[in-house]
Design a protein around this ligand. Structure first.
Ligand code: 13P
Length: 244
């Protein structure tokens, strides 16, 4: 682990209805005084209800995307200010599913991150290579290029977190080797504008592999998809991070 802040972030993606707020409440009750940051990013429809459900606890709530503009004629979009107004403290930006499904470019991610900062939100900027890019030996080139072009001016360890998520490891149960994760995180750390910025690993993090991933030098936590939907599983991952 580096000296950056530890963070366990859960990305619920397009999962979760009001009944699932119970998982957030259970998580808040299980970690009254955590040694790391705990964040849940539910779909936008649940942000304000989740913020209320965990209010007074250590659990933070975040969004999964935002628009680069503060307001205006953008049907279906949500601004960073709206997320903050709903109770979000952080926002995931440039997730590979948005880069793929919505053709988001790193330049757009940087503009969204600048908007997040202006709204007082921490931007969690995602980078990661596809399997074809890894097979072609382009992993470092791809992630460093995404990093360089996705960071807005003024990004620092207080307002920005970086998440390395290999696309081929997301939702597949496959993870890079520990050496492969270390190689990418070391390369990212060397290029951060602020060395104390937190670097998360994401992609098939589970209770069973969390401890070994958190033992890697430049891994400061995780961005967790599937395993963040159940408080029991996410709680086991948080416990592993607290013990790292
Ligand atoms: O994309 C992810 C988190 O943003 C990772 O998802 P999984 O943990 O389900 O692989």
């Amino acid at each position: 682990m580096s000296h950056a802040c530890k963070l366990a972030a859960g990305n619920w993606k397009m999962n979760g209805l009001s009944a699932d707020l119970e998982q957030a409440r259970a998580l808040a009750a299980a970690f009254p005084d955590p040694k790391c940051g705990i964040l849940l990013c539910p779909p936008a429809t649940l942000i304000s209800a989740m913020a209320e459900a965990v209010s007074g606890s250590a659990v933070m709530v975040g969004g999964q995307d935002c628009h680069a503009q503060v307001a205006g004629a953008h049907t279906g979009d949500i601004s960073a200010h709206m997320l903050a107004d709903a109770g979000a403290r952080q926002v995931i930006l440039g997730h590979s599913e948005r880069r793929a499904d919505h053709a988001e470019t790193s330049a757009q991610v940087a503009a969204k991150a600048a908007a997040a900062h202006a709204a007082g939100l921490v931007a969690i900027i995602c980078v990661g290579e596809t399997e074809a890019e890894r097979d072609a030996g382009q992993t470092l080139e791809i992630v460093l290029s995404q990093l360089a072009h996705s960071l807005p001016d003024g990004a620092n360890s207080a307002n920005t977190v970086i998440a390395y998520e290999p696309v081929w490891a997301i939702g597949t149960g496959r993870t890079p080797t520990l050496d492969q994760i270390a190689e990418v995180h070391d390369a990212l750390r060397a290029k951060l504008p602020d060395a104390a910025m937190s670097l998360l690993y994401g992609g098939s993090v589970k209770p069973g592999n969390a401890a070994e991933i958190f033992a890697i030098a430049n891994v400061d936590g995780a961005l967790v998809g599937g395993a963040s939907l159940k408080a029991e599983d996410f709680g086991a991952i948080i416990a592993a991070l607290e013990g790292a």
